[in-house]
Design a protein around this ligand. Structure first.
Ligand SMILES: [Ca+2]
Length: 340
């Protein structure tokens, strides 16, 4: 089973100066209290009725306009979740990919972008359920977000200090460094876009910040009530319309929380569209890497140079046109080291 409390987190608290420890504990007690009006208020929280990842973690969450889509490391199965109540929708079993980390919905192309194996960016057609390799980035384990304003992608490594902005073709536009200093001193994890706003989560503080795209201004808006890591984020302007939310995920459970975002649609075009109701077609039965019970063990020691160690060593499917050097996904801890 996955550890309910990560030792590194306790070490982190023990090592904090008293003043910072008090501030951190205070933020944990706030549990999602908006720091600026309604922005950051938790509008919905549930444990999605889908199997938890088997001895691995989930660092991928997307919203396609009707359903939340959740990934598991080393699995080609994407879970679909009803955002109204967390009930399970029919999952997507993909071909062309065997490991999915972060996820983001591209409303322009009506396709998913996904991170796999550490640096590999794929595009997923949710109708055909085929994943196609597109390009490599430095890393996209925790964060990959489509920006509909200028048709670009934001990406980043696992709980690290940088944030990368890419053209849709994979060309690096700009790398922001020292991002952790904008996020309470914790490494950045999830990324979501809402018009002119970036939402960034951190790993260690389990917090969500709203930032300007130049990262000059970042404001704490919410704290995720978890002892695990908060990971991927996703903008949703349908479920609570005319309000927009940013969904956030716990990496070790199926807990999802919708935090109220700033006024405006995800693409910044104006008023959010009306709600679309997903159809619950079936209860997922596909096992893949997502099984209700796990006999595997995993340790995850969150330090700056830590490793995520999973017992499974899956064999990846080599996608035509994809990078043969990364056909087998890296062990988790190697992702941000750029080895694989
Ligand atoms: Ca996302």
């Amino acid at each position: 089973m996955l550890p309910s409390v990560r030792p590194r987190r306790l070490a982190f608290l023990a090592g904090l100066p008293l003043s910072l420890l008090a501030a951190t504990l205070a933020s944990l007690v706030m549990l999602g209290t908006g720091a600026q009006g309604a922005v950051g208020n938790p509008l919905r929280q549930f444990n999605a009725q889908v199997p938890n990842c088997s001895a691995t973690w989930s660092t991928g969450l997307a919203f396609d306009g009707t359903a939340l889509i959740r990934s598991c490391w080393y699995s080609n199965v994407l879970q679909r979740i009803n955002p109204a109540d967390g009930s399970a929708l029919t999952p997507l079993t993909l071909t062309g990919i065997s490991d999915v980390a972060s996820l983001t919905w591209d409303g322009t192309r009506q396709k998913l972008w996904a991170c796999s194996g550490g640096p590999n960016v794929y595009q997923i057609d949710t109708t055909t359920r085929v994943a196609t390799f597109k390009f490599q980035v430095s890393s996209c384990v925790d964060g990959l977000a489509y920006d509909p304003v200028d048709d670009t992608l934001w990406a980043g490594c696992d709980a690290c200090t940088t944030l990368d902005h890419y053209a849709i073709t994979g060309t690096l536009i700009h790398r922001f460094t020292g991002v952790d200093q904008k996020l309470g001193g914790h490494g950045r994890s999830g990324i979501a876009v809402q018009g002119a706003n970036l939402y960034l989560s951190n790993s260690g503080g389990e917090q969500v910040y709203k930032c300007t795209k130049d990262l000059v201004t970042c404001t704490l808006i919410a704290t995720f009530p978890s002892t695990h890591r908060i990971e991927d984020l996703e903008c949703d302007d349908r479920t609570f319309a005319p309000k927009t939310v940013v969904w956030a995920q716990d990496d070790a459970t199926t807990t999802l929380i919708a935090f109220e975002a700033a006024t405006g649609s995800c693409d910044g075009s104006g008023t959010p569209a009306s709600t679309a109701t997903p159809t619950r077609t079936a209860t997922p039965t596909t096992a893949g890497a997502s099984t209700a019970t796990s006999t595997g063990t995993a340790t995850r020691t969150p330090t700056a140079t830590s490793t995520r160690t999973a017992t499974r060593t899956p064999t990846a499917t080599i996608t035509p046109g994809g990078p043969t050097a990364t056909a087998t996904p890296c062990p988790p801890g190697l992702h941000k080291k750029g080895i694989c």
